[in-house]
Unconditional design. Sequence first.
Lengths: 327, 305, 380
Amino acid sequence: MRRETILNTLLYLAMPVAAALALALDEPFLITLITRAAIFALAAVGLNLALGLGGLVSLGHAAFFGIGGYAMGILAHHAQTYTPVIDSWIVLEGTKSMPVIWLVAIVSSALAALAIGALSLRTSGVYFIMITLAFGQMFYYFAISWPAYGGEDGLSIYVRNDFPGLNTLDPMQFFALVFAILSAVLWWMGRLARAPFGLALSAARQNAERVETVGLGPFRLRLVAFVISGAVTGLAGALFADLNRFVSPTMFSWQMSGEFIVFIVLGGVGRLFGPVAGAMLFVLLEHLLSPVSDFWLIYVGAILLLVVLFARGGLIGSLAGREVAHG
Amino acid sequence: MTPILLIEQVLNGLQSGITLFLMAAGLTLIFGVMGLINLAHGSLYMVGAFAAAAVAGWTGSFVLALGAALAAAAAAGMIIEMVVIRRLYDRDHLDQVLATFALILIFSEGTRWVFGSFPLYLDVPAALSGPVTLPGGILYPSYRLLIIVIGLLIALGLFQLIARTRIGIQIRAGESDREMIAALGVDISRLYTIVFALGAALAGLAGALVGAIQSVQVGMGEPVLILAFVVIVIGGIGSIKGALVGALLVGLTDTLGGVLLPLLFGLFMDPSSATTIGSALASMSIYILMALVLLFRPTGLYGGA
Amino acid sequence: MKMKSLVAAACMALAGTAALADGHGGKLKVGMITTLSGGGAGLGIDVRDGFLLAAKGSDMLDIVIEDDQQKPDIAVQLADKMIQSEKVDVLTGIIWSNLAMAVVPSATAQGKFYLSPNAGPSALAGQGCSPLYFNVAWQNDAFYEAGGLWANDNDIEKVFLMAPNYPAGIDGMTGFKRTFEGEIVNEVYTKLGQTDYAAEIAQIRASDADTVYFFLPGGMGISFMKQWAGSGVDKNVMGPAFSFDQGILGAIGEAALGVKNTAHWAKDLDVPGNAEFVQAFQDEYGRLPSLYAAQGYDTALLLMSAMGKADVNDQDAFQAALKEADFQSVRGDFAFADNHHPIQDIYMREVVKEGDVVTNKIIGVAASDHSDVYGAECKM
């Protein structure tokens, strides 16, 4: 086996093993922390399809994360207060069922990604970074000043939503659910990267003209990638909201988008497990450094800077060697 | 709304545009010459404001404070250029975004470590503290007029610098063909340091000028940074002229949107929801403006292909 | 994380029986979640320092402090950590309403006491009230309602309202309008985090209001006041204390002189224990205390007063002990209403210069024995 494959396997197993240990030691908070890392990983895996494979540096993925979060928040809020979501010519009830919420989160963030992508992908390079940032900011300010769902205060959902057959308030069961989703998405992303679609997308990143000459439209390829990417990040948003039993506009903030990119770069750009490694490392740093000093963000900044300057393949790149293998 | 109030608001929009221009000019210059996205530009703005507040506190002189802001921001810019930024020129935008994002964290928390968590005191000089009466009976704060004048002078100076001086010629050459000017024997790494320090000094000056009428606090740079990015994207990255036009557009849209949109919605809505919805839309207005500009001109108003 | 927690867990397993048998033996574990980094850190640091000052010299409290970075999701995570891992008895510390809304309902649902040293969202005072939740600061509307009452008594007739366009801002203005009987000339809601108020100042100048009443927390208020001073507009300025607190006045300077603001505390308030608190705070930290520091201080005093009367494990008894509020508040008379929110006097303060220091001075009582209007909705 290649070193990267071994490393990926270890990384993949680290989460459930750590969670099982935490369970055995009766440290439920650690399970919550690992779940948080897994959800961040999922969001960044979504972004990685656009960023790593497609070369689309989106500084606005928090928009999809937030849409997913609010899909959960709004549906559960209406179910909790027994009021319909829409009550005009069509009546739409809220729900506490996770599968339904996930579906709504995926569809609505995919639609948003379709609209944002169709507009943003007309630009490239820095313009693309900035226009995605601008769309993210639009959602952020909208969420803050729109009073119907709590504005800046956000929405509290007092009990986690339901999944058939599981007690989702139990940290281990909720972790298992998140981990299963993360595994499924990772498996699918791995396949996608090796499928003709992934190869073409990757080729378009390296040389757009060449792909065009063989008859594949890079615009459509990228748009599809962007939509899938947004949908996965949206799903992560719904899970994140459920983890915290709370949604607020901070899920839309540009720092959130920045953090997703940080996860990918910390772990290793364009590597399937890069976001997983990066999210785990970031949550770990946050957990270990914040008690050390009031100014712990300085250390995070310094570590990040060193990784970007000197460890170019990120964590996986440094441990598994330089060559970037997509998949 | 009276015409006089409208004129006053237009002046306000101009003034906020001019301060944005000071930020955006450096950002766009750095991008144009070195191809670098610098998220830490807002931190240099903050450095300028803190240096000005500290020196004004010690000496009581506003002029010295402005000088200190220029010097401190230029020095900080030079140091980060030589230590960090230099290694990023041949990297892709992703690495640049990340590394300068990390610099923001270091600068912000470092400043908090040195100056504490509370906002600092910095006031306009006593001579400029009141309003002046403009033709037509408009009362306008004299300090804001000074900002408009300084900003326009700097814009003029920058155009002259780029059009007429030796370093300007090198900058223009660097924008169009990087290998070429190295071949011509220009010390390119010195040129880059100078351009970066110049951009940093402009940001520091903006921070000090604005700091006197706003709050000098950690994190003050980020909102301005995002606005400055909106400005240069609208104007076309690398274009000083674009930065000026973009800055004025953004300043006017932001100011007039905040005033006019609630009034507009008030025409067909009850007042309280008109203010909420109008304000909500106003806070999104510049981003909508930017999206519209990019839809019709994907490289901004004055951007090259 | 794994290594560290393994070690921690091993220690806990060894010490486990001892800790259980101990039954807290007069000690109580407090989890403080507050904002210690980023732009809002000043408030959290003051609450923390005030709390620690009161707890100093007493070994009754075992205090765990964590930084929420002013992010709701971090605050939720820290609350889970403190409840699940640290096994705290009481939570406190949150500064911001939106963070409190994210943390408090689930913390009280898990059977933990929460003492609020700052935020008081209306939902937690009304329908969402809980027997385990005590607000030691104020319900969010309190300072505004008192401001409206004071305006009625002091010949203020036409008011221009301004606040950021977010729930705390809109609630605050609603609070003012609830008690104010004069005319509201205009209401302006600005962008959250806005730093330039030239456009709003022009609107105020053009209006026929005699007074501006505004709520702009943190840097927003600093920016507004500096620009207001430069505009030469001559109207009364009023607001809640949040924009004129000690940490902020230092940055505004003389531009704030003469501004009237409502608060439940001031450093010159002549009640037993207050002068000692102000002196002790200055000796300990080398700066003047703010109202946040006073709230943190009172929170710790309240907690320790209840510990003398009941065991935290007996929830009903401990709750009753807290409800008595049997401590000497630096605000003077202090009691809890049935919804566990304060009944207290709210004062009008004026910004003055004492020597070289710009600070607040009490000029009168704006509302006596003030309590909030949401209590009727609270069923517990």
